[in-house]
Design a protein around this ligand. Structure first.
Ligand SMILES: [Fe+2]
Ligand SMILES: [Fe+2]
Length: 316
């Protein structure tokens, strides 16, 4: 049996202290200001009567979207720990500190969607909404990529985990889902509680994606094959990602589309999100760690300038 691990030192009592200006510490300050909203405090008093006024297709669309979010939020909550352990083991205390808020926020997102379902009175099994591509991403790819970190903490394994979690699931699919809620509910003023929660969830997610870009930039910078591993995994996951959207729409026809929407706009939105993620990584390719930090801080400052100017904080 190997000896129990010992610690050589505690970083924050040395002259190193904490790196307050680092990207993860800046994100942690934001998380304490913006991520402390309470799902129990959201006013759902209009939800039941608004729900009763929707037609069958509209109800199906909303329930399908919420079901996929509910399962997805549970997935990202359950699967994040191995990444936190990998980061902690490398002594990245600032990143670990930020990741405590990250996991806490994912847990609140699980709470938020489940509370909405309970308020509406949905107690049936919603697994029927999980299509083959969704099942592949959320039952296979996500748990496999994160679980791998329990035994393989290599830079390349961390890249695959972050691509799956931060770029594809948070950066493409969740963003497309918020778009769906906004498109269906904002114009008609329905479901104000659901929309308010989505606004807060998506604001939390913007920090998660910012961290994901910072993490991936750093990992790509650390490995000579980092860029290729990222690029290959992004492209491997693109077909099931688009599959989630096309399979979502299989149940609807053009004549009777929910809220008058079309599948093509969602496919376009998702592929634009995918391209945006790639462009940011491309922008930072080959930069030094100091340049990566500077670019990430500039992004954060730009985000702050937008707070209050927009209901949702769009990501570049
Ligand atoms: Fe989330
Ligand atoms: Fe997230």
């Amino acid at each position: 049996m190997s000896a129990p691990p010992q610690r050589a030192r505690y970083a924050t009592i040395t002259d190193r202290g904490l790196d307050w200006d680092s990207v993860p510490m800046r994100l942690f300050q934001k998380a304490k200001r913006l991520g402390t909203w309470d799902p129990q405090a959201i006013d759902f008093s209009r939800e039941v009567s608004d729900w009763a006024g929707f037609d069958t297709t509209e109800k199906d669309f909303l329930l399908r979207t919420v079901a996929l979010f509910q399962a997805g939020e549970e997935g990202v909550t359950s699967d994040l720990l191995p990444l936190i352990m990998a980061v902690a083991e490398e002594g990245r205390i600032e990143e670990e500190i930020f990741l405590t808020s990250f996991l806490w926020e994912e847990a609140k997102h699980v709470e938020f969607f489940r509370r909405w379902l309970d308020v509406i009175g949905i107690h049936e099994d919603l697994e029927k909404f999980m299509t083959p591509s969704y099942r592949r991403l959320f039952l296979v790819e996500l748990p496999a990529a994160l679980d791998a970190l329990k035994t393989d903490r290599s830079t390349e394994a961390q890249i695959r985990a972050s691509v799956t979690y931060n770029m594809i699931i948070e950066g493409v699919l969740a963003e497309t889902g918020y778009h769906g809620f906004r498109e269906s509910l904002e114009a008609n003023g329905k479901m104000p509680g659901l929309l308010e929660g989505i606004r807060l969830v998506s604001r939390d997610e913007s920090r998660h994606i910012r961290y994901g870009v910072f993490l991936l930039d750093r990992l790509i910078n650390e490995s000579p094959v980092g860029w290729d591993v990222m690029n290959m995994h992004m492209n491997e996951l693109l077909p099931p990602t688009m599959g989630v959207i096309s399979e979502f729409w299989e149940g609807y026809d053009e004549e009777n589309a929910p809220f008058g929407q079309r599948m093509e706009t969602y496919l376009d939105f998702a592929s634009t999100q995918f391209d945006k993620r790639m462009k940011v990584l491309e922008r930072d390719r080959g930069k030094s760690q100091a340049e990566i930090e500077r670019a990430a801080i500039a992004d954060l400052v730009a985000d702050d300038a937008m707070v209050g100017a927009a209901v949702f904080e769009p990501l570049r």
